[in-house]
Each structure stands twice: as C-alpha cells, then as structure tokens.
Design a protein around this ligand. Structure first.
Ligand SMILES: [Zn+2]
Length: 79
C-alpha cells in the first residue's frame, strides 16, 4: 500500500511538471510567431486583355478597369 501511494505521488508530480513544461513551450511558440499582417488587396481584371492585377495598380476608366493607359485608350476607341 505504501508503494502505491509513492507511485501515485510520483505520477502526480510528473503530470504537474509535464503540463507546466507544455504551457511554457506553448507560450514561447506564440511569442516567436510574428503577428499576422492582414493583407487584403482586391484583384481586378483588365477589360481589354483580361490581365488580373491589384486594384491600386489598375486604371479605372469611364468604360471599365484597365491594366494600362494604352488599353484604356484602346477600349475607349473600340467602344
Ligand atoms: Zn490590359
């Protein structure tokens, strides 16, 4: 009976040591991770050549969205 109590105590100490170690490792892992940078750039399509490009790089014309000034002018002529 005495050995059973000692074994139980050893198991409890081992469990406490392991869970403390796991918690420490998890917090270290989270500290190493860089904060996620939310990058959301809308992708638009050129109405003439169908090239996909980020909206900030696109030219918004009266007749649609274009990848370059040449395509905006060309689409304006064709329309
Ligand atoms: Zn284009």
């Amino acid at each position: 009976m005495k050995y059973l109590l000692v074994l139980g105590l050893v198991l409890v100490v081992f469990w406490a040591w392991r869970s403390a170690r796991d918690r420490r490792a998890a917090s270290l892992r989270q500290a190493d991770k860089p904060a996620p940078v939310p990058v959301q750039t809308e992708i638009v399509e050129c109405d003439l050549c169908h090239l996909h490009l980020p909206r900030p790089d696109a030219l918004i014309g009266a007749t649609g969205t274009f990848c370059s000034d040449a395509h905006r002018v060309q689409a304006g002529r064709e329309a």
